[in-house]
Write a protein that binds this ligand. Structure first.
Ligand SMILES: [Zn+2]
Length: 552
């Protein structure tokens, strides 16, 4: 691995305008350069190079990245090859990463262990996998294995590597918890084995077990087969999420390599952040039983709150997608994907099935149950509207949207130009493009994150996990940031002292407002007069502080 520090230094020294200019004819417009996009055919330029951000972006085809991405894409070579080529051109020696000894040993342990389990595959396991429709090549591809009962494989491998504290590696001392089970390797995002799933053959409980969490393996952020799927998710612009190893494998076998599975846990925000780097669109395909429905509803809640587009694939005539494919073939899955239900339709139908909508009591109970979902869908006004129409259709009760969106989602850049940038937009701009300035001004991501509206919060949270690097962000994030960049770059006065003061002041105000709200909710529940008095006094002081800030 090339050291990230070296890549950063290389990027700092590269002049993106110079790099791109050797391929594309660029013209200066304001702070940017413009030219005909080399990645799609066009007659009027929509390809921009923004030197102060060190990135290029095409508003026509969405291509974007830094100087290194550009060379990689133009020359058809990998990112690292492009780094090497550019470094050579500048007479720099490429530096490689120092390794972390524990991590290295961890990957080595799991790699050897997976190989050892695989070597122990026996006829019985192979015939079980054959029964589930897997060919010899597929058994090889997904690296199944077996943990023999009379052999402590983890101990043998640990001894080989001189590991004494196996607990740190997810294994108890002197025992193999997977003993007698079919082994399914679990990979990290880069295809390294970091844990195992174990399936019992025959009867008994629990049917599946997973490795415990370690410093490296976290269930709440790992998705099975993501290392293969990530590329396809980006290409196909949607992710298919299912539960269970064999469902995911079945989808991959059916050609849907953009499929991932959760590992016996509910879908979490961390899972979604991983997916959001690649796409905004998700299809859910969980089991066709009540546990599956519950998991689907929970996942919809998480996904919608993070601004994702969600639809649900419904399996009929089989208990899950693996069985569906086995029974009816690939075309049955493709068909059920075509008929996927929008998230809000699924929610309304599932909830309505619990109530008798022929009588008014049933309708009332249903409406009160569904109100929680109206709140969840508020962040996506179009879906909320659709949901309300569906509710009206099945209950006869007219619904109206109580919610007015704060930000128009599909506003064009032209229309925005005349309106001054909002605090939200300034913050996205500053964190993504003026990291040094943010630091100098004492802007801390963690202290502003709770002061902004939800959509911005999500973008900043994702930004934070990616260290605000636009070149590793998804198309969606780049699009949002670039629109804001264009707007702020062309808006005068550009981030002058007064503007920065204004941003700080507004943040200060929001912080106080937040505290006032917290006090208000405390006051509601407090019994003691003494405490109430103190709270009211604090509240008064805060209100005064806020007025003072406003007057400044
Ligand atoms: Zn283009």
């Amino acid at each position: 691995m090339i050291s990230p520090g070296f890549i950063k230094r290389l990027k700092d020294r590269l002049d993106i305008v110079e790099v791109v200019s050797s391929y594309v004819n660029l013209q200066k417009v304001g702070n940017n350069y413009k030219g005909l996009c080399p990645f799609h055919t066009e007659t009027s330029p929509s390809f921009y190079v923004t030197p102060h951000l060190n990135i290029y972006h095409c508003f026509g085809c969405g291509a974007s990245g830094d100087a290194i991405n550009f060379v990689a894409q133009m020359e058809g070579i990998s990112y690292y090859e492009a780094v090497e080529r550019l470094a050579q051109g500048m007479g720099l020696k490429v530096e490689y990463e120092q390794k972390d000894p524990f991590k290295d040993l961890y990957y080595q342990f799991y790699k050897l262990l997976a190989e050892e389990y695989k070597r122990n595959l026996n006829e019985k396991i192979v015939s079980y996998l054959n029964q589930r429709g897997l060919s010899k090549d597929e058994i090889e591809k997904f690296s199944f294995g077996y943990a023999p009962i009379n052999l402590k494989v983890p101990e043998i491998v640990a001894n080989k590597l001189k590991i004494t504290d196996t607990e740190k590696f997810g294994f108890p001392k002197n025992r193999d918890p997977f003993s007698g089970r079919l082994i399914i390797p679990i990979y990290d995002d880069f295809g390294r084995v970091i844990a195992f799933g174990g399936r019992l053959l025959g009867d008994g409980m629990p049917k599946y077990i997973n490795s415990p969490e370690t410093a490296i393996f976290k269930k709440t952020s790992t998705l099975y087969l993501y290392h293969i799927a990530k590329e396809y998710i980006e290409q196909m612009d949607y992710a298919l999420i299912c539960e269970g190893y064999f469902d995911a494998i079945a989808f991959h076998r059916a050609g849907l390599k953009n499929t991932v599975a959760t590992l016996g846990t509910a879908l979490t925000k961390n899972h979604v952040y991983n997916i959001k780097k690649k796409t905004q669109n998700v299809l859910l395909s969980f089991d066709n039983d009540s546990a599956g429905v519950t998991a689907t509803l929970k996942s919809i809640e998480v996904l919608i709150s993070l601004g994702m587009n969600v639809a649900v694939v419904e399996i009929s005539g089989a208990k899950d997608s693996a069985e569906l494919i086995q029974k009816f073939g690939k075309s049955a899955v493709v068909e059920s994907i075509k008929n996927a239900k929008q998230a809000e339709e699924f929610v309304v139908r599932e909830l309505s099935e619990n109530f008798d909508l022929k009588n008014p009591n049933g309708i009332n109970s249903f409406l009160s149950e569904i109100s929680k979902w109206e709140k969840i869908f508020q962040v996506q006004p179009k879906r909320l509207e659709n949901m309300n129409q569906l509710i009206t259709k099945i209950t006869g009760v007219a619904r109206r949207n109580s919610y007015t969106p704060k930000i128009e989602t599909n506003q064009t850049f032209q229309a925005k130009k005349t309106v001054p940038p909002t605090l939200e937009e300034y913050l996205i701009y500053i964190f993504f493009t003026q990291k040094e300035k943010a630091k100098a001004l004492g802007f801390e991501i963690d202290s502003v994150i709770d002061l902004v509206e939800d959509k911005t919060k999500e973008i900043l949270l994702i930004g934070k996990t990616l260290n605000f690097s636009l070149s590793s962000s998804s198309k969606y994030i780049v699009e949002v940031v670039m629109n804001i960049v264009q707007k702020i770059d062309s808006f005068l006065p550009y981030l002058d002292e007064k503007t920065m003061e204004g941003i700080k002041r507004e943040l200060e105000e929001r912080k106080i407002e937040k505290r006032i709200k917290e006090i208000d909710s405390l006051i509601k529940n407090i019994r003691s007069d003494e405490e109430r008095k103190i709270l009211l006094k604090t509240r008064l002081e805060l209100v005064k502080m806020k007025e003072d800030i406003k007057r400044k």
